[in-house]
Design a protein around this ligand. Structure first.
Ligand code: NDP
Length: 292
């Protein structure tokens, strides 16, 4: 068997086009353009690059972006003051505080402060808590896990009743991905660094979501024939044949798994492009929610 390749780039492009159409419709109807505030603290090169690509996506979609760069030394009080100001600003429909924050800042307090109707990252404890409760709706769902589910749905993978195994239990990927699968009536097993007999657990899965940050750890013979494999991992692997000396690989050994799985996402070009597309979608939804 050779797996169907889930083309995250194409699916994300389609989603972004839909967002742009909706944004333009709003503008044509005399409504405000959605606005996203990005808050970047300190000088981390990777965080700055992520924020830049989010702002670029906003520009492409006609979403306004408001960038706030704060020094590494900013106090908790000053950061919280900015979040409160953004909560009150009607031009801002989404607030994104780029994580991780410098160690002296209390991340949880900052995330808790974001108005849940502007929490487009879906990381506020209230939104995550609602996701965990039966019958409660979060205002927003975190972008990467939502992207994983969207890829499954767009590819026609049956989630209801499926055995799903999520590798990883982080707040930003593994745990919300597991909660979203439960919400869609999958039977979910969540694995982590203390899980015993991991290959055997994965072999039972109709759906695998791998989010562990371990290069190519999931081998082809762990995959049940025909399973859907969503690889969230982004890892550098030494490769002297490339100009930069490395290439990006997922948590799944793609060359092996593609021969066994029914569906698989490549890395890069699978889950990665979905994250920003979902953020844009969430910002648009934020604007719609705040229209009243
Ligand atoms: P974290 O480091 O926060 O969490 C990793 C999880 O994997 C933990 O739950 C950990 O278990 C578990 N784990 C680690 N090693 C093993 C192991 N050997 N066996 C089983 N479980 C293990 O990572 P993130 O969730 O933030 O990210 C995961 C991956 O996804 C990374 O490669 C990251 O780069 C990528 N990512 C990609 C995004 C995208 O847009 N495509 C967005 C976000 C992340 P324990 O809890 O016991 O420590």
């Amino acid at each position: 068997m050779t797996a169907k390749i889930i083309d995250g780039k194409a699916i994300a492009r389609q989603l972004r086009e839909n967002v742009k159409v909706q944004v333009d419709k709003r503008a044509a109807a005399g409504k405000s353009r959605p606005g996203l505030a990005t808050v970047l603290v300190g000088n981390r090169v990777d965080s700055a690059a992520y924020v830049k690509s989010k702002q670029k996506a906003c520009a492409e979609m006609g979403i306004e972006s408001f960038g706030f760069n704060l020094p590494e030394t900013v106090s908790q009080e000053e950061l919280e003051k900015l979040v409160k100001k953004l909560n009150a600003d009607p031009k801002v429909n989404g607030i994104l505080v780029q994580l991780p924050l410098p160690a002296h800042l209390d991340e949880e307090c900052v995330l808790q402060l974001i108005d849940i109707t502007k929490d487009v990252d879906g990381f506020s404890p209230l939104n995550l808590g609602r996701l965990a409760q039966k019958g409660r709706e979060p205002a927003f769902v975190p972008c990467t896990p939502y992207g994983c589910i969207y890829l499954l749905e767009q590819s026609g993978v049956a989630i209801e009743g499926a055995n799903a195994v999520v590798l990883g239990r982080s707040n930003i990927v593994g745990m919300p991905a597991a909660l979203l699968l439960i919400e869609r009536n999958a039977t979910v097993t969540v694995c982590h660094s203390r899980t015993r007999n991991l290959p055997d657990v994965v072999r039972e899965a109709d759906i695998v979501i791998a989010a562990i940050g371990r290069a190519e750890m999931v081998r082809g013979d762990w995959i049940k024939p025909g399973a859907a494999v969503i690889d969230v991992g982004i890892n550098r692997k030494d490769d002297p044949s490339t100009e930069r000396g490395y290439r990006l690989v997922g948590d799944v050994n793609y060359a092996e798994a593609v021969k066994v799985a029914g569906w698989i996402t490549p890395v890069p070009g699978g889950v990665g492009p979905m994250t920003i597309a979902m953020l844009m979608n969430n910002t648009l939804r934020g604007a719609e929610m705040q229209d009243g």
